[in-house]
Every structure is written in structure tokens, then in C-alpha cells.
Design a protein around this ligand. Structure first.
Ligand code: DGY
Length: 317
């Protein structure tokens, strides 16, 4: 007989090793968005495992009397009411560190793709109009020796800066407060306004919080260089998407390269999806085989530790 009961909250099937690992010790109750049967099981539930950003409200926490832990697959926990969990003394586990490298890699991939017209170039090279090589065509922006502004110098921002060093970039950053590690990568702390005005590339790598929601709006986009590339590998909600649409419609930036959007996914007929100066990928920041495996192990370890009343390996509150 299983020791614990876990409510697995996932709209899609969780990554392949997750359920077998949980099921070794726990009975799984599957949350469903369109069927309330799981609600009848809540009296037995000891822990929540959340996959792919399903919202966890204070009401849900209060309807699970034995709730000992919430374990999130991923580092960003903006979909969990962290203040409510803290107030109730429920630890929330997440997966920092194991995904820093992969997320920094995708930030850089988007930066390079935006600068050098990789996506539009690919479409063109496959299409009917590529009949002769034209050296004056599709000129991009140089990356090496340019200025990169990183918003959010946490673990991922730091890894982005390390990659930028290899490209001989000048690095500026903005954060809630200066980071002691920034010196190691030669990054200079500046106000957001200065970062936006001075940078050739702006990488958003901060968490989504009350302070960062809509942080990049019309005023901020207006401060950026027309040749700049904006990369968002954080959360869609840090950018005001109406302002972004207006900016990109008139070609005010060279490119906006987005791993994340608000909402996510964008409605299929969203006007941003029609623009050539936008790159959008489907939230692939940590999507490598190696990182998914590490995230799976870490999040299940957090879950099992919380169920046993032990300290979690990584805990956000
Ligand atoms: C994260 O770790 O926050 C990623 O966005 C996946 O959820």
C-alpha cells in the first residue's frame, strides 16, 4: 500500500520518468481541468506535484487538509501563490541550477538568431525567390564586441553573461540589487533606463513577480536602440504585449526573440505572429533531454522529501 497520496496537476502528460518515480511510493490522483472527480479525493492528498504551470490558489491549498508540500517542475513559480503557501507553512520546491545552462544557451541562440536573421533567412533560402546570392541583402547586426544588457542577474543571467564574455561583449545588468558575482563576468550594474538605451541586445532573465510584471512597456521599448534585439527567456508577462506589437509593427527594433509569451500560447491569429521581425519559439528554455531529466529527478526528490517531513533540496518558500 502506497505511503502517500499525491495530486499530480498537469494538463499534458508529464515527462516520461516522472510518474513512474512518483508511483514507487505514492498513489497518484490526476487533476483534470474539465472533470471534478479529483476533488472527491482531496481529503487523502498529502502533496501536490505541479507540471507546466497550472495555477495553485490559496483555495486549493485550503481544500487539502493534510497538504505537506507543493513540488513544482521548473524554477519559475509565478503560477503558485507563494505568499499563501508561506502563510500556511507549506514548503514549495522548485528546480533552480539544473536548468541554468540550458536556459542561458537558448537566450544566446535567440540573440544570435535575431541578430543574424537566421529564421527569416531560413524561410527565404527555402522559398522561390532565392535565385542568386546578393551581398547587400538581409544584413543583420553584429554580436561580438557589442553591448549586452541583462535584466535579472540571477543564476541564469549569470550564465548568459559568461557566454557573452566569449563573444567579447560589454555587459550591463539590472537587478533588484547589485549582484556580487557580476564582477566575475565584468558586468556593470546600471539603472534599467540606462541599460535599455545603451544595449545592442537586451536579455530578459528575471522571474515574473509583482515588481517585474509588465516591466517592459511602451516607455521602456521606446528607450531601446532601433538596431537592438530584445530576447525574452523569462516569462511572457514581463513584457506588455500590446506595446510590443505597436513597437514591432513600425519596425522600431531589429528583432524581438521570444521563448515565452503572454498568453502562452498566443491565440493562433495573434497579430504578433504575422510579423517578420519577431521570432517565437514554444517555451523551450530548459527543453533538452539532459535538463528535463535533471528537473524530473530534482522535483520528485523535493516532493518525496516534503512528504517525509524532510528539508527540500531546493525550496522557493
Ligand atoms: C521554468 O523552469 O520555470 C521553465 O519555464 C519551465 O517551467
Amino acid at each position: 500500500m502506497a505511503e502517500y497520496t499525491v495530486l499530480v496537476m498537469a494538463e499534458v502528460e508529464p515527462y516520461r520518468t516522472i510518474l513512474p518515480m512518483i508511483e514507487q511510493k505514492c498513489r497518484v490522483v490526476r487533476w483534470r481541468p474539465d472533470d471534478d472527480a479529483w476533488r472527491g479525493e482531496l481529503a487523502d492528498v498529502d502533496g501536490i506535484y505541479v507540471y507546466a504551470h497550472i495555477k495553485i490558489s490559496p483555495e486549493l491549498m485550503d481544500s487539502i487538509p493534510k497538504l505537506k508540500v507543493i513540488s513544482n517542475f521548473g524554477v519559475g513559480c509565478d503560477h503558485v501563490d507563494l505568499a499563501a503557501a508561506k502563510e500556511r507553512g507549506i514548503p514549495v520546491g522548485n528546480t533552480p541550477n539544473v536548468l541554468d545552462g540550458a536556459t542561458a544557451d537558448i537566450t544566446f541562440a535567440l540573440l544570435l538568431a535575431g541578430a543574424r536573421n537566421i529564421v527569416t533567412g531560413d524561410h527565404f533560402a527555402r522559398g522561390p525567390d532565392f535565385l542568386e546570392y546578393d551581398p547587400s541583402f538581409m544584413l543583420g547586426q553584429e554580436v561580438h564586441h557589442q553591448t549586452l544588457g541583462i535584466v535579472g542577474m540571477g543564476n541564469i543571467g549569470y550564465q548568459v553573461a559568461r557566454r557573452a564574455m566569449g563573444f567579447d561583449m560589454k555587459i550591463l545588468y539590472h537587478n533588484r540589487k547589485p549582484s556580487p558575482r557580476a564582477e566575475e563576468v565584468g558586468a556593470r550594474y546600471v539603472a534599467l533606463e540606462e541599460l535599455l538605451a545603451e544595449s545592442d541586445f537586451v536579455a530578459l532573465n528575471m522571474p515574473l513577480t509583482d515588481e517585474t510584471k509588465g516591466m517592459i512597456g511602451a516607455r521602456e521599448l521606446g528607450l531601446m536602440k532601433e538596431s537592438a534585439v530584445l530576447v525574452n527567456a523569462a516569462r511572457g508577462g514581463v513584457i506588455d504585449h500590446d506595446a510590443l506589437l505597436e513597437t514591432m509593427r513600425v519596425g522600431k527594433l531589429h528583432c524581438a526573440a521570444l521563448d515565452v509569451t503572454e498568453p502562452e500560447p498566443l491565440p493562433r491569429n495573434h497579430p504578433l505572429l504575422e510579423l517578420d521581425n519577431i521570432i517565437v519559439i514554444p517555451h523551450l528554455g530548459s527543453a533538452t533531454e539532459q535538463t528535463r531529466q535533471a528537473m524530473s529527478s530534482r522535483s520528485v526528490e523535493n516532493l518525496l522529501a516534503g512528504l517525509a517531513g524532510e528539508e527540500l533540496l531546493s525550496r522557493i518558500v
